[in-house]
Design a protein around this ligand. Structure first.
Ligand SMILES: [Zn+2]
Length: 251
């Protein structure tokens, strides 16, 4: 009798273990990559040649007012999955008479660290007039304008607007890239119906091709199924060359 109980206990344990193992197998493996590994990234314009680039953090017309750490060239990098989806968005809006204009894509962690250092230096208000005239710089962390982590650092997030091929100008979105204020919220309605519709043209095209929006910035979108949801990369922004391993030391 005692032996039979033992057998039953063993059988129950085996069933529990196998159910547990089956459940574990069902879970998709979390993709974690070394943070300096750029092998899964592409130069955005290699995949989306119709895109126009205006890489604000390589230049000085940005909220800091200087070139941002980690931007070695005025180019945009993305994971190949995000770039492929953005190609579909580009083809979509081209049929409507627009091109994508890219402000930023992959952003290395050292760039985010630069933003954090800048935010802590409340005396540095060089670009206040252009990007945050109504905001006291000391509230940037509190009001979550600056974070210590950015989705951009995971490589599948892009900041962009639409360029009208007929007028040869950007579409009027009722607000500008990197403006610190509620006017940047995509659902902000104290703008003209035409400006609001422009935001929606961009938003609808991005959502149709696998991106999700952010409720505080009309220009910011992340690939819904981003391949590296937990990895914050550190390699700098410069053209990808397919035959040069990213780990090769710089010449
Ligand atoms: Zn962004």
């Amino acid at each position: 009798m005692y032996q039979m109980k033992l057998w039953m206990l063993a059988a129950i344990l085996i069933v529990i273990c196998s159910v547990y193992v089956m459940q574990c197998k069902k879970k998709a493996p979390v993709k974690v990559s070394p943070t300096d590994d750029s092998s899964q990234f592409v130069t955005l314009t290699d995949v989306v040649p119709d895109a126009i680039l205006e890489i604000r953090y390589f230049g000085t017309y940005n909220f800091v007012g200087t070139r941002i750490d980690g931007y070695l060239e005025p180019t945009a990098l993305l994971t190949h999955q995000a770039a492929d989806s953005l190609r579909a968005v580009s083809d979509d809006v081209m049929q409507q008479g627009y091109r994508l204009k890219i402000y930023d894509a992959y952003r290395p962690q050292q760039a985010v660290d630069h933003f954090v250092r800048w935010a802590q230096d409340v005396a540095d208000t060089l670009m206040k007039t252009y990007f945050y005239p109504d905001l006291d710089k000391s509230v940037l962390f509190e009001q979550e304008y600056i974070y210590e982590r950015s989705g951009h650092t995971r490589g599948s997030t892009v900041d962009l607007t639409l360029f009208d091929m007929q007028t040869e100008k950007e579409l009027d979105m009722g607000g500008t890239f990197d403006w610190f204020g509620i006017e940047s919220h995509p659902d902000y309605t104290d703008i003209t119906p035409e400006q609001f519709e422009h935001r929606m043209i961009l938003r609808r095209a991005m959502l149709r091709h696998g991106f999700k929006p952010l409720d505080t910035e009309w220009w910011h979108f992340t690939l819904r199924d981003e391949p590296f949801p937990d990895t914050y990369f550190t390699f700098p922004v410069r053209q990808m060359t397919s035959n040069t391993p990213s780990s090769a030391p710089a010449a």
